[in-house]
Design a protein around this ligand. Structure first.
Ligand code: PLP
Length: 399
């Protein structure tokens, strides 16, 4: 997945453009910047590449989620439905705007189960937040229908699935808004960064101001800008945007390599009859950044993990069930509402209920699932060796 694996002269050139003017900020300084506007250029490139009307860069993917939620008007007491399998950023963003994360089961797509979402809707539900985990996607059609039927918004967290599509459209562009992360290990990196994508002008205008202290950006004098509402500083810098600009131009190449490596590695796993794979919705095209596969039983999966660990080849194979970052089981800090500052009573109550919440459907999937990351840097020989060793470890366990 990570674009940093192919960091090179293109990135250095873009960064040097910025260093040569010394204008590291994305706004203002029109004269001294000598026509260098990397953040603006990257936003245009995002709109063109992914086919959305508007893009607002942010300082991180988490900031992009917080911004999108704020622009959607999600706040105190509102419930946001999100999956049990995601990155901690999802609930961080929800809590940051004062809202309540409502965690529901995933299905064999490893993303939100539409039936579980339907059951979790209450009069306080304001937003559904599918997370397109590990390169592939949620079945968006039923989720969009549920959102429409209940007059609530849908925010796509596509941070991990840059380059995947659904019904021919880029992931992150089908909901009211969608986000990417450009942190260091994502498909396109800025070092740190993120983006809110939307086709709604109102959401874009709100995101634009919100990420810059509420500045309306209407005049030529930044100091004279008005502030129609309270914002924060979630700005990206020109240096970070410059890296992303070089990376987005190479995205087609990244995805091509990734697809090739994905197919070659997957062939090793497909040869084992006991191995099955995550479901990619019929309307979707996987970005191929991971291969997510299942064994019939949890204890077999654990045994494979132990074998890979013993052989020193576990790196790049993620057993999410035991992972501290990505699955609800280990989110003790969330269940204990361990916040540095007091949360609202409604938030605290909802989080404490998580301590006793059971997710047997998610457990049954995640305890049997390993995601193998697809590298852009593998040589054909390295890939062959990886595939053979992984397959051998699995066969030793499943017989
Ligand atoms: C990386 C990631 C984020 C947050 O992105 P940052 O840029 O690291 O803040 C959000 N959601 C998911 C699913 C991610 O993988």
């Amino acid at each position: 997945m990570p674009g940093f694996e192919l960091f090179g002269d293109e990135e250095r050139k873009e960064v040097n453009d910025v260093l040569n003017t010394g204008i590291l900020m994305r706004y203002g300084f029109d004269g001294p910047r000598k026509g260098i506007w990397k953040a603006k250029e990257l936003e245009q490139a995002i709109c063109q590449t992914f086919g959305c009307q508007y893009a607002q860069l942010t300082s991180s993917g988490t900031a992009a989620l917080s911004t999108a939620l704020a622009a959607l008007g999600v706040g105190a007491g509102d419930e946001v439905i999100m999956p049990t399998f995601t990155f901690v950023a999802s609930f961080e963003a929800v809590l940051s705007v004062g809202a309540i994360p409502v965690l529901v089961d995933v299905d064999d797509t490893l993303t939100l189960d539409p039936e579980a979402v339907r059951s979790a809707i209450t009069p306080r539900t304001k937003c559904i937040m599918p997370v397109h985990m590990c390169g592939s996607m949620a079945d968006l059609d039923p989720l969009l229908t549920i959102a429409r039927d209940n007059s609530i918004s849908l925010l796509e967290d596509a941070c991990q699935s840059i380059g995947g599509t659904y019904q021919g459209k880029a992931l992150g562009t089908l909901g009211d808004a969608g986000t990417f992360s450009f942190d260091f290990v994502k498909m396109i990196t800025c070092g740190e960064g993120g983006v809110v994508m939307t086709n709604r002008r109102d959401l874009y205008e709100k995101s634009d101001a919100y990420t810059d202290h509420g500045h309306d950006h209407l005049g030529v004098d930044r100091g004279a800008d008005l502030h129609p509402f309270i914002g924060y500083n979630y700005r990206i810098s020109e240096l970070h945007a410059a890296v992303g600009l070089a990376q987005i131009r190479k995205l087609g190449q990244f995805l091509e390599i990734q697809k090739r490596n994905h197919a070659a590695l997957k062939a090793h796993l497909e040869a084992i009859p006991q191995v099955s794979f995550r479901r990619v919705p019929a309307a979707g095209v996987d970005s191929c950044s991971f291969i997510s596969w299942f064994l019939p039983e949890a204890r077999q999966t654990e045994a494979v993990v132990e074998k890979l660990k013993a052989q020193g080849i576990l790196a790049g194979n993620f057993y999410w069930y035991q992972n501290n970052w990505h699955y609800i089981r280990k989110w003790q800090h969330l269940k204990q509402a361990a916040s540095l500052f007091p949360l609202s009573a409604a938030q605290e109550k909802a989080l404490q209920q998580l301590e006793h919440a059971q997710y047997p459907a998610s457990d049954a999937l995640l305890s049997r699932c390993i995601s193998t990351a697809v590298s852009l840097a593998w040589t054909p020989e390295q890939m062959e060796e990886k595939g053979q060793k992984l397959a051998a470890a699995i066969k030793e366990v499943v017989g």
